[in-house]
Structure formats: C-alpha cells, structure tokens
Design a protein around this ligand. Structure first.
Ligand code: ATP
Ligand code: MG
Length: 190
C-alpha cells in the first residue's frame, strides 16, 4: 500500500486490514513515498518523519510492515518503480497494490497504466467523497472492494493540528504523540 502517509491515519489502517483479510494476504507492506524534489501544491513533510509515523502505526500488527524503497530511491515516486523494487525484494511473491478510489483514478489516467497491471493486481477501496466506476477499469487487473467508510484524510489531520484541534482517534495514539513531540504540522506563529 503506497501513500504519502503525512500522517498515516485509521482510514489507511482499516483499508489495509480489510484488503488483507479479503485477499488472504500474508503481509501488507506500507510504502511511504519519496519527497518530491520540486514543490508541487504543498510541501510534503520530510520522509523520515513519515516513515517513523508509519512504523509506529503498524508496529503492533505482525502482518503489517513498512518498506523504505521509495524513500531510499528519493525524488518523486512513480508506482511502476515501487512495484519493480518490491518484485526484486520479493521475487516469488504474488503482489497486490492496495489503493483508494482517488489514487486509483490517477493511476488509471497514467499513460503507461497497462504496464502497471502486469506488475501487480490492484485492489481499489472505496473512500468517502470519491466514486469509482467499474466500467473504466481494465478487466481482471483491478478488484474493487468496500471497506468500512472512514471520512479521514491526512490533509484534514494536518489542518486540525495547525488549528490546535485534536487528532486523537483519527490517527493511532503513538502518532498523536509523535506529532506533538516533533511539532509537525504546528502553525508557524503558534
Ligand atoms: P492527503 O490528504 O495528504 O492526500 P490522504 O489521506 O489522501 O492524504 P494518502 O497518503 O494520500 O492519504 O493516501 C494513501 C492511500 O490511502 C491512497 O491510495 C488513498 O486513496 C488511501 N486512503 C487515504 N485515506 C483513506 C480513507 N479514509 N479510506 C480509504 N482509503 C484511503
Ligand atoms: Mg491523498
């Protein structure tokens, strides 16, 4: 499961857990993205912070792990590179790529999408506020599944922290504490 995880929240964790159970996955590997060289629409937090929060959030689950492939490659992350690196690390595994409705839509519009579907089977999960249409999906390469709806986004968590609002119960307890300890997302002027 790829993501920016800035920060990781319970929407990510529920989606991963449901996909793991439904597809009998041995392991769900969370893969935090690299930090883009150029700023796009916003500044993404340093990758080590996002990596550590993802480790904290997944540490208690023996079926969850975190990979550094995208962070160590650096720069903008392309899903095709993620899947190639994971294939190299797990040559005998059957790979699935878990993604939310919004992210799947972006992947499908990518010009080399066909190649991606040879590297992994894609699992698209519903996400409140986004609708996925079966019709446009390549047959046999993508499965859509319903997960318990969690109307949580990392953007909303960052805005809440900057506004002095709590993120308890939106993100795991250890992540709340990590954010507070490091001052991540705090408004500059306090
Ligand atoms: P941001 O608001 O910064 O974009 P985000 O909440 O969308 O953050 P990402 O790290 O961008 O989180 O998402 C990683 C993956 O998790 C994406 O495939 C995304 O669609 C999926 N995802 C994120 N939030 C949810 C949610 N609440 N329910 C289901 N899937 C989700
Ligand atoms: Mg997102």
């Amino acid at each position: 499961m790829g993501g920016t995880f800035d920060p990781v929240h319970h929407g990510h964790l529920v989606a991963a857990s449901e996909a793991q159970s439904r597809f009998a996955l041995d392991e769900v590997i969370f893969v935090p993205t690299g930090t883009p060289w150029q700023k796009s629409d916003r500044t993404v937090s340093p990758s080590e912070h996002r990596y550590l929060m993802t480790v904290i959030a997944t540490a208690s689950n023996p079926g969850f792990s975190v990979s550094r492939v995208d962070i160590d490659r650096g720069g903008q992350t392309y899903t095709v590179d993620t899947l190639r690196d994971l294939r190299e690390a797990y040559p005998d595994a059957e790979l699935f790529f878990i993604t939310g409705a919004d992210a799947l839509e972006q992947i499908l519009s990518w010009h080399q999408a066909d190649e991606l579907f040879t590297l992994a089977h894609f699992i698209g999960v519903n996400r409140p506020g986004y609708h996925l249409d079966d019709e446009h999906l390549p047959r046999g390469s993508v499965s859509l599944m319903e997960v318990p709806a969690m109307a949580i986004s990392s953007t909303d968590c960052r805005v809440r922290v900057a506004g002095g609002k709590p993120v308890w119960y939106l993100v795991p307890d250890g992540v709340v504490q990590y954010i507070s300890k490091t001052g991540l997302y705090a408004a500059d002027d306090g």
